[in-house]
Design a protein around this ligand. Structure first.
Ligand SMILES: [Zn+2]
Length: 147
C-alpha cells in the first residue's frame, strides 16, 4: 500500500483489527519513509445502501455528507477526529451488516443521533433539534430528560 502522504511504496502494518461483526478489517499502517500513520479498511465489495429521502427520491450513500453533518453538530466541541471517524465507522458497519439495499434518510439520522448521544450530549441535542425540527416544546423536554 502506497503512503498517501509522501507516495512511498513501502508501508508497514502496525495493527490489524476486525470489526465486531467480522466484516471489516481495519489496518493501521506506518510509512517507512515519512513515518506518518494511516488506516485502511478492507471489506467484501458490497455497496452501501441507497438513501431514500423524504420526498421518495434516492441518492447514493455519501459518507462525506454524513461526516459534514456530524462535524457541524460537533463544532467547537471537545471531540477528536478519531472519535468522529470511529462513529462513522460504526454507522457504516451497521449499514453493511444489515445488508439492506435502501435506507430511509430518517433511519440514517437516527444512527447519527445514537452515535452523537454516545460521544457528545451537546452535539446530540444540536443535531436532534435540527433533524427532528421539534413539533413542540414537550418533545424537546422529553429529549433533554432522555439524556
Ligand atoms: Zn510516507
Amino acid at each position: 500500500m502506497r503512503c498517501p502522504f509522501c507516495g512511498h511504496g513501502d508501508t508497514q502494518v502496525s495493527e490489524t483489527r476486525e470489526s465486531d461483526e467480522g466484516d471489516v478489517v481495519r489496518r493501521r499502517r506506518r510509512c517507512q519513509s515519512c513515518d506518518k500513520r494511516f488506516t485502511t479498511y478492507e471489506r467484501a465489495e458490497i455497496a452501501l445502501p441507497m438513501v431514500v429521502k423524504k420526498d421518495g427520491t434516492r441518492a447514493d450513500f455519501d459518507m462525506g455528507k454524513l461526516r459534514a453533518s456530524m462535524t457541524l453538530a460537533l463544532r467547537k466541541r471537545p471531540v477528536s477526529i478519531e472519535q468522529i471517524d470511529a462513529a462513522l465507522e460504526r454507522i457504516q458497519e451497521k449499514l453493511l451488516s444489515s445488508g439492506a439495499r435502501e435506507i430511509p434518510s430518517t433511519k440514517l439520522g437516527e444512527h447519527v443521533m445514537r452515535e452523537l448521544k454516545r460521544i457528545d450530549k451537546v452535539a446530540y441535542v444540536r443535531f436532534a433539534s435540527v433533524y427532528r425540527s421539534f413539533e413542540d416544546v414537550d418533545e424537546f423536554r422529553q429529549l433533554i430528560r432522555d439524556i
